[in-house]
Structures are given as structure tokens and as C-alpha cells.
Write a protein of this length. Structure first.
Length: 293
């Protein structure tokens, strides 16, 4: 049985850890509220804008839209969105597991030919690629420190330019979509080319469109803005999901620390009682020995 000093040291260590996890939970909860408000406000705008452009892309109109051009899929870029820090449960590992699954199934031949490329947003994704010796074509690990539309636009523009040049035939975003504080859903979303709306779920393929202010404006301004908004929305989703996952993980860690403290305190009391009993027996034995003399 461990001595009293060892048990007491363990109790102090667990108490200290519990205080840290409790503080981290409170910080994550505060950040989650702000992140949740941002994605809640952004999501309806982003979804409506994407739906409009998908309908226009699938309408049969001859638009000069380089971002809707479909080519044989020979070169693929995966945008991996993770966090910069850990201690958020399975938040990051779900993304890396999906990458591994894609390399073994859907994009196996492309990966074997060396045409599966990666772009990372978040330090954990970059670390994963480095550990597994996978190519990282672009690294944006600081976006979450200053998550705003302007900085995300630069990352989106880089991808759009590369797609337009033919460097990639398809671009997908892999990120965690925010549902609530305890639930994050892994999402694999096509970024480029712009997906055409499914005619079975509301594409206006039988209607002509009038463009205001002009078709040229739609092609040069609205379509790029929509794509940048799509990536920004994905990052806002991921940011809110990260804080929700961290809050949940820290809450569970605090709870586990409490359970461990109960066991350690029980062990401490038992050890202390055993020590006292041993001391009493030793004193009694000594007294009897003196009386016998």
C-alpha cells in the first residue's frame, strides 16, 4: 500500500489538474458563445448565396465561369480544417481519419500517382501531414488567431487561382460542422468546381435568368465572393465546433478528476487508519514488553 506522502502528493496533483480543466472549460464556453453567434448569423446568408449560384450554374446558361468548369478528375486538392491546439477530444482525429480513409478508397489511385494534394488550415492538420510525410501545398496555421473574412479571402483566392490554372481538377473541404456544444459533424464539401444544383431538389433548369446589375458583375464579383464566403463559413463552423468539443472534453476531464479524487481520498483515509492502527499495536506491544520485565 502507498504511504501517506505519496497519496497526498497525488491528491494535490489531481486537484491542481482539476482546477486547470475547470478553467479551460469556462474559457471554451465563453469563446463558444461568440463563435456560435457568428456561425448562426453567417449560415443562412452563405446557404442562400450558394443555392443561387448552383441554380445559375445548372441553368444551362452559357456563362464564362471558370470555377464551374468540370474536367476529368486527375488532380485533387483537399483542404483540411483543424485546430491549432489539442485537448478537444476527437475533433482533430476525425479529420485525419477521413483523410486516411480517402487515401485508401476514393482517391487511392490519385494518391498513388502523386496527384493528391493538401492544404492545411490549423496546426494539427499540418502536423499530421508532416508525421506521415504527405505533401502540404499551402499552410495557413494562423487564420484562427484572427479569423476574419479578409484573411480567409486570401486563402480562398489562392485555391481559386490554382483551380483556374488547371493545377487541380477538384477541390474539397474537410471540416467539422457545428450542430451544438456537444455535437460536431464531419463534413466533406466540394469547393471547386461549383456543384450544380440537383434538378430533383429545386434547380431552376427550365427558367431563363435576367441578371442585375449585369452578367459580367455576376461572373467577376458575385461568384468569387460566394466561394470565399463558402470557405469562411466552413472555418466559422470549425471554430465553433472546436470550442464546443474542448468545452465538452474539459467538462468530462473535470468530472473524471472528481471521481479520481474520491478514490484517492478514500485510499488516503484507509492508509492513514492502517498507519494509526500499526502505531497503536507497536505501542501496546512495547508497553506489554516493559510490563513483562
Amino acid at each position: 500500500m502507498a504511504n501517506l506522502k505519496e497519496v497526498k502528493n497525488r491528491i494535490n496533483s489531481v486537484v491542481s489538474t482539476q482546477q486547470i480543466t475547470k478553467a479551460m472549460k469556462m474559457v471554451a464556453a465563453a469563446k463558444l458563445k461568440r463563435a456560435q453567434d457568428r456561425i448562426t448569423m453567417m449560415r443562412p446568408y452563405s446557404q442562400k448565396l450558394s443555392a443561387i449560384l448552383q441554380n445559375v450554374s445548372g441553368s444551362g446558361e452559357d456563362m464564362n465561369n471558370p470555377y464551374a468548369k468540370e474536367r476529368p478528375i486527375e488532380k485533387v486538392l483537399l483542404i483540411l480544417v483543424t485546430s491549432d491546439k489539442g485537448l478537444c477530444g476527437a475533433f482533430n482525429s476525425t479529420v485525419t481519419r477521413r483523410v486516411k480513409s480517402l487515401m485508401e478508397s476514393e482517391y487511392k489511385s490519385i494518391a498513388e500517382s502523386g496527384n493528391l494534394h493538401f492544404m492545411t488550415i490549423g496546426k494539427k492538420a499540418a502536423d499530421y501531414l508532416k508525421r506521415n510525410k504527405l505533401p502540404n501545398n499551402a499552410d495557413y496555421i494562423d487564420l484562427f488567431n484572427r479569423l476574419n473574412y479578409e484573411d480567409v479571402s486570401e486563402a480562398a483566392q489562392f485555391v481559386m487561382d490554382e483551380f483556374e490554372k488547371g493545377t487541380y481538377d477538384k477541390v474539397e473541404i474537410i471540416y467539422n460542422e457545428f450542430k451544438n456544444a456537444a455535437t460536431q459533424v464531419l463534413n466533406q464539401e466540394q469547393f471547386l468546381p461549383i456543384a450544380k444544383a440537383d434538378s430533383e431538389v429545386g434547380a431552376d433548369t427550365d427558367h431563363a435568368y435576367s441578371y442585375e446589375p449585369s452578367r459580367d458583375y455576376i461572373e467577376k464579383e458575385l461568384i468569387p465572393t460566394s466561394l470565399k464566403t463558402q470557405l469562411f463559413k466552413a472555418l466559422l463552423d470549425s471554430n465553433a465546433s472546436e470550442h464546443g468539443a474542448r468545452m465538452t472534453a474539459m467538462d468530462k476531464a473535470t468530472e473524471n478528476a472528481g471521481d479520481l479524487l474520491k478514490e484517492l481520498r478514500l485510499t488516503y483515509n484507509r492508509t492513514r487508519q492502517a498507519a494509526i492502527t500499526t502505531e497503536i499495536l507497536e505501542i501496546t506491544a512495547g508497553a506489554e514488553a516493559l510490563a513483562a520485565e
